[in-house]
Design a protein around this ligand. Sequence first.
Ligand code: GLN
Length: 492
Amino acid sequence: MTDLHRLSIRELSEGLKQAQFSSRELTEHYLKRIAQIDPKVKSYVTVTAEQALVEADAADAALKAGHAHALAGIPLAHKDIFCTQGIKTTAGSKMLDNFISPYDATVVAKAKAAGLVTLGKVNMDEFAMGSTSESSYFGATGNPWALDHVPGGSSGGSAAAVAADLAPIATGTDTGGSIRQPASFCGLTGLKPTYGRVSRFGMIAYASSLDQGGPMARSAEDCAYLMNVIAGHDTKDSTSVNKDVDDYVANLNGTTVKGLRIGIPKQYFNVAGLDADVKARVEESLKKLEEMGAILVEIDLNMTEAYVPTYYLIAPAEASSNLSRFDGVRYGYRCENPVDLMDLYKRSRSEGFGAEVQRRILIGTYALSAGYYDAYYVKAQKVRRLIQQDFLKAFENVDVIAAPSAPTTAYKIGANLSPTEMYLGDIYTLAVNLAGLPAINAPVGFDKDSLPVGLQLIGNYWSESQLLSIVHQYQQNTDWHTKRAAIAEENA
Ligand code: GLN
C-alpha cells in the first residue's frame, strides 16, 4: 500500500487488527517518507529507525497473539523535550546536545506500554521558549504548507511532522500555547489538557506551574486516541491529579452541540494585530457551529491586557530556577578548559544556552531577586489569580469560550520579530496556562496566502472530552482537517 500515511488512527488500528498490513510495513513506510521528505521539512532531530523496527515487530507479535492495545503498532513522534531512555533528548539546545536520558518520561513509557512505535524525536524551540521553533540549536523547521514559513512553536517539529505525513500523531507540550499555536500554523488539531491531567515526569521543565503535555494530530478523533494513552495520574509527578480519566474516544459524540453555549470574548476580537483573514475564518467557523445548534454569547474577559506581561514574568521566573541545574557540572554541556569554578559556570551557560533562553533567565532572575520579588513576581501571581477568576466567572454563563489560537498565520522564517512582537503573538494562548484550563485548536480554513487558520476552544477544568467532542462533530460537518499540504501528497 502506498497511501498508508493517509489513514486515520482508527483506520490504522483497524487495518493492523485485521492484518491488512503489519506494523513493520507501516513503520517502514513512514521511515521511507522521513528519509525522502524530511530533508526538506527538517522536523526530526533524531530518527530511531532501528529501534522503531524492533518495536514494530514486537507490536506485530502482540497483534498476532490477539492481546494488543488499540494503538499497538502505530508510529508516533515525540517532541524532543520528553526524556527517552537510550535515545538523545536535546530540548533543542546545545546544552543537551549529547544528553541520553537514563529513563523514559511517563508519557513515553505509556506510549511504549500501549505498543506505539517511536519514529524519533522532533524539533522545538530551545527549552520550549519561542513561537517559531527557530531558536532550536538544530536550526529551523519548515512549515509543510510553505517551507519558507515557520511551523510555529515551540512544538513546531511535532506539527510539521504530522502535517507533512511524516508521523500520524505526535506529542507536544504547551506552557503558553506551544501545542495550540503550531497546530494552528500547520492546520492540525492539538489539545492542551487541564494542568495535572498528563504527567510532567521526564518532560524537561520550562515553567513547571504552566507546562502540560498533550496530543497533536490531524483530527480530534486522532487526538482522543492518544489522550487515552497518555492521560492519567502519576505518583512520580506530585502535580498530576488523581482523578478518573475519561474514555476520550468513546466520548467523541458525548457532547451535544445543540444548545451548547459558546462565549465570544469581546476583548479578543478587538486585539490590535488580529489579522483580517484569521478573524474572518474564525467567525465563519463559529457561524458553522451556530448552524449546528450552538448559541453564541458575547462575554467579557476584562483581564486580557494583563495576559502577556503576567505570563512573561511568571514563565521566565520559573525558567530561571529550573534551568539553574544546567551548570556544566552535573550533566549537559561543559565549556573547554575552565580556569576556575566561576569560569566553568559562566562559560558553560553562556556557550550552552542560546540568546532567547539567556534573555529569559536574566528576566526571571531579576524578577525573583531580593527587593524586586514583591513588586514583580508576587504581583504577577496575584494578577494570575484574577485572570483565573475572570474565566471562572465566564464559565458560569457559557460552556466553552472561543478565540483564535493566534492573531496571525505562520510567519516567514527569519522574519526576525523583536521579542516583544513575538510575545504579543501569544495573546490568545497564555491565559489558558495561567489558569490551568484545557483548550483545543482546530483547523478552520486558510488565509489569502493559503496558510492555515485555527480556532481555539477553551473549556472549564477537566473538559477535555467535551472539547474533543465539539471539534469532532465540527469535523464531521466540515473538511478543513482533511486538507493536506502539497508536500504531504508526495509519495516516497
Ligand atoms: N511562546 C510561548 C513562550 O515562548 C509559549 C511557549 C510554550 O508554550 N512552550 O513562552
